[in-house]
Design a protein around this ligand. Sequence first.
Ligand code: GLU
Length: 691
Amino acid sequence: MKFLKSFILVTFSFFCMITPAFASVPGVDGSMGKGFTNGIVSVSHPLAAEAGIEILKQGGNAVDAAAAIQLSLNVVEPMMSGIGGGGFIMIYNKKENKITMIENREMAPQNVTPELFLDEKGKPIPFSKRHTSGKAVAVPGTLMGVETSLEKYGTLKLSQVIDPAIKQAEEGVKVNWATAQYIDENVTKLKNNQAAAKVFVPDGKPLEEGDTLVQPDLAKTFKLIKKQGSDVFYQGEIGEALTKEIQKREGTMTTEDLENYEVKEREPIKSEYRGFEVVGAASPSSGSLTVLQILELMEGYDVQKMGANSPEYLHHLTEAMHLAFADRAAYMADEDFYDVPTEGLLDEDYIKERRKLINPNRSTADVKAGDPWKYEGKEPTAMKMVKEEKTPIGQTTHFSVMDKWGNMVAYTTTIEQVFGSGIMVPDYGFMLNNEMTDFDATPGGVNQVEPGKRPRSSMSPTFVLKDGNPFMAIGSPGGATIIASVSETIMNVLDHKMLIQDAIYAPRIYSAGYPTVRWEPGIEQNTRLELMAKGHVYEEKPQHIGNVQAVIYDYDKGKMYGGADNTREGTVQGVYDVSHKSKKPKEIKEEKKGPFTLKVNGAVYPYTADQMKLIDEKPYIQSDKLLLGLGVIQTGDLETFKPDKKSYLPVLGVAKSLGYKTKWNEKDKEALLEKDPADIEDPDEDGSVTN
Ligand code: GLU
């Protein structure tokens, strides 16, 4: 270690010479006032939150409010969820101290084969094309899910909780900035469908913030449902119109498929994290199971000591995600078709075995699924591993509710991509999902397309309980990124001791496999550089990840709090108290380009323009930043060993002395460094590199 420091110092001074001078209950947010006691909702849209509050005020319970919120979301956030989609409703019933899940995931029609999304040459049809075809639409489950949850656990009828949504559809609602943005981003898709274009792009002009969104067809549909219940959808005129439209667009769904649709009440999955009970959605979701695996892997480390969003924390988290996502791809799908080794995947010894694969100093390139079946005393499934194709991240909605009796609902609901398949049922005014694209396009794996099967989901509506007391209801949209958003927010509260709102606003990362890491604005540059030196590849630009909505219960004082995300107009509202509405996040600004680019093993390093200099037409980088990026020092070392920030080091010289192959591409102004990751030495036990 001493040798290392002197090596750096000598090297550094040498280069400097030639360089020109230059609360007790976690998460409780006291700032929300004294806390609510009569019920609380956290929803991505204020008008849907109002619909839920209206029902709670009428004396409805959390399940009634959740039903009203879902129906209202179909009106006010029609691009994200609705009766043309499906979801997972997690219910905590206080009186019976029971947690259950009303699974209303969409189902594949009967007349499909695993080759559904292959072209004549046997190649997957590109996502952009397949997701807007009638073949992409799976049999919707939302309406039956809502109705079933009310019948089993609600106190009001569908015909009562649907009223706020009817009013909103009929009278119209103001388009908020989030909806306007999503319409704007999807104009082409919407214009390709006459019915949808009429509603969202009237006369060829996309609705803008402040415009009124009136949906008479949807109001008519909801009135039919108010009168006839879900039968009018699954066995009546709505179903007929829906299948007719799908069949016009290459789909095969029939009215029989709708008649055969079933909602399933399933046992949620459970585990413990830091003495809290975490309970989440079971198969066909992979979401909560993967969240639980990540948490269990992280439980082996002192996450609190590592610090929120510190390089050490993010490194271990990323590695834990890679391990969990590898298992997800191999073993998680609709368990009515293939057994899921849930117990094995969460087995303490299995987790220990998997945790051993995490190298504290380097990102592991070759991460494979483990063998959880061994821990259940069974043989692994014979299905082959299908490499997951990268498809665009969908968006959907999560909301959380708690009522004055202490019942909770965590509900994640979707039509898959924004505006789903882009197909609106003519005269009935709702969008159809493209959930079939959540199946693998390539046949052979556990998640291949099969008749009557539910596509694997990532939705992770989750409860956290403490000693049997309800504590938190949480979830997020965002396809596979949901898993990252939910795990990180839970750790932010339980380990990093953040208030729930701060825990939601804290920047997140997502990485389902080596080496790419998606990140939100706020993950510091020094942190990214240190992590890139460990082999992670941070994407060049940040982007927002997920949209978390959570409620928290202070079980000591009987008060309710919540947090809502700002990537939409997230709203926390209590029955009689003030509400909190999140503000639009700042726009992500483009970084000014530097005079050259530094690539290490092909990955562009995140240096800012003012940290780079061309001196005599050769690349130089600010000393501390270069040493961080090349793994010579770590961010922690910056406090003791202070490279002079004003001095610049020659990139090629420093890299060469560290064993990199170097190349300067004069024409494109690119400094290219290469080193086999296997040759990058592990730091010694005190965490510094031993060169
Ligand atoms: N279709 C996604 C899933 O079930 C949800 C949509 C989204 O948020 O991406 O995982």
